[in-house]
Write a protein that binds this ligand. Structure first.
Ligand SMILES: *Cc1c(COP(=O)(O)O)cnc(C)c1O
Length: 420
């Protein structure tokens, strides 16, 4: 009796706030009242009244009144899709970009000005780390202090009132899966007048950082939102006062630097939103079961998964996550040396079909990589060592294809032969 109810509860949960918000935010109908939004492929838009063109350039009329100028500025399809993302994240508005990196760099340029200052988590996606550590100081005179964001006293000390512009971190960090205390960190930053920018790529729908106190929520839509590893895209969700200036005709980083989302991709992604929650839930569920079984199989293996009770921020994530969602779908296991990691990866991919050796995440198949020699290789060896990114650390993005038992047997067989 109880088992049957549980199964139904998984399919039709009583509460699922991000999904409810998406359902309430009915998007525009298609051009001919189609149930799907139309794709506005035009790069330029006709003004029936010549006076309106001047007004549009002055910002007196705009997308709010159905007036568009040029698709690097605003595109109706991209805007429509962006509003759906804002609904999911519970932010006032949002706008999309051609990649996750475009979202990250545009927001930082918007909030930092020349000579700006960022306090950032020391454990970040490799591209973000390179942007903050090398690119921004060299090209824009924007400097960053890196801190361990689990040490709130260190964060407080690093933030300089009147100088620091942004506190930047990932909701769940790559690849060490450290969970940020979003409410507490937001409080610390806001006390000093600093904006909080959170990369929520690893925990879509699972966490709603804006509801927990963050000012801006970023996504690489390339990952779970796409779910198909077939496109690159990003999103910036936040208040009007931060998102709108991104399109300013003179100073907007999106308008001037031009990392624009293609409207065809906006449509493509919007069509995948309704089943995002189903996918993410299944991925979380499978990751939890696999993590538990891996831990049982070898109690001496260092396995990092926020769903396991021995994870340092297990309770924290449990308290922040949206009901009906799990603890993410990334698992890191530490094979210590690169040789051992590669032996296991080879067996997993080529002998047992457990998944692919590839970067990225959120795909329906399992994707695995040794982070130290791939996605985190932008970091210097000392930092990597301090963060626990050993040469043998394997990051595994859990998919949902096949059955749990099938995938488990594949992993187990490969693991048992890992020394051969
Ligand atoms: C992939 C990723 C990015 C960069 O996104 P792109 O779409 O590849 O530009 C940023 N942050 C995190 C956490 C990521 O996983």
């Amino acid at each position: 009796m109880a088992t049957g109810n549980e199964e139904l509860e998984n399919i039709e949960p009583r509460e699922d706030v991000p999904t409810e918000r998406l359902a309430n935010a009915r998007h525009e109908l298609g051009e001919h009242n189609g149930v799907n939004m139309s794709i506005e492929v035009s790069d330029t838009f006709v003004f029936k009244n010549p006076e309106n063109m001047g007004k549009a350039f002055l910002g007196e009329v705009g997308p709010e009144t159905g007036t568009y100028i040029y698709s690097r500025h605003y595109n109706p399809t991209v805007l429509n899709f962006s509003h759906q993302l804002a609904a999911i994240e519970g932010t006032e508005t949002a706008y999309c970009t051609s990649s996750g990196m475009a979202a990250i760099s545009s927001v930082l340029l918007e909030l930092c000005k020349n000579g700006g200052h960022v306090v950032a988590a020391e454990c970040l996606y490799g591209g973000t780390y390179a942007l903050l550590k090398h690119f921004l100081p060299a090209k824009c005179n924007i400097t960053t202090v890196f801190v361990d964001i689990t040490k709130h006293e260190d964060v407080k000390k690093a933030i300089v009132k009147g100088k620091t512009n942004v506190l930047y971190f990932e909701s769940i960090s790559n690849p060490t899966l450290v969970v940020a205390d979003i409410p507490e960190l937001s409080k610390i930053a806001h006390e000093k007048g600093v904006k909080v920018v959170v990369d929520n790529t690893f925990s879509p729908l699972i966490l709603s950082p804006a509801k927990l106190g963050a000012d801006v929520v970023l996504h690489s839509l390339t990952k779970y939102f796409s779910g198909g590893s077939d496109l690159i895209a990003g999103a910036i969700c936040g208040p009007e006062e931060i998102v709108k200036p991104l399109m300013d005709l003179s100073l907007g980083p999106l308008m001037i630097l031009g990392p624009t989302m293609n409207p065809r991709e906006a449509y493509e992604l919007s069509a995948r939103l309704p089943h995002l929650s189903l996918r993410v839930k299944k991925q979380c569920n499978r990751a939890m079961k696999l993590a538990q079984r891996i831990k049982e199989l070898d109690p001496f293996l260092r396995i990092i998964y926020p769903g396991l009770e021995d994870h340092p921020q297990h309770n924290l994530l449990d308290s922040m996550r949206n009901k009906g969602y799990g603890f993410g779908a990334l698992i890191s296991i530490d094979m210590v040396t690169a040789e051992k990691a590669n032996l296991l990866l080879d067996k997993l991919e080529n002998k047992y079909n457990f998944g692919f050796i590839a970067v990225s995440l959120g795909y329906y198949e399992n994707l695995m990589c040794a982070s130290g020699s791939s996605t985190s290789s932008e970091m210097d060896p000392e930092t990597m060592k301090r963060l626990g990114i050993t040469p043998g650390l394997i990051r595994c993005s859990i998919g949902y294809l096949g059955t749990l038992n099938q995938k488990w047997n594949q992993f187990k067989s490969a693991y048992e032969e890992k020394d051969e």
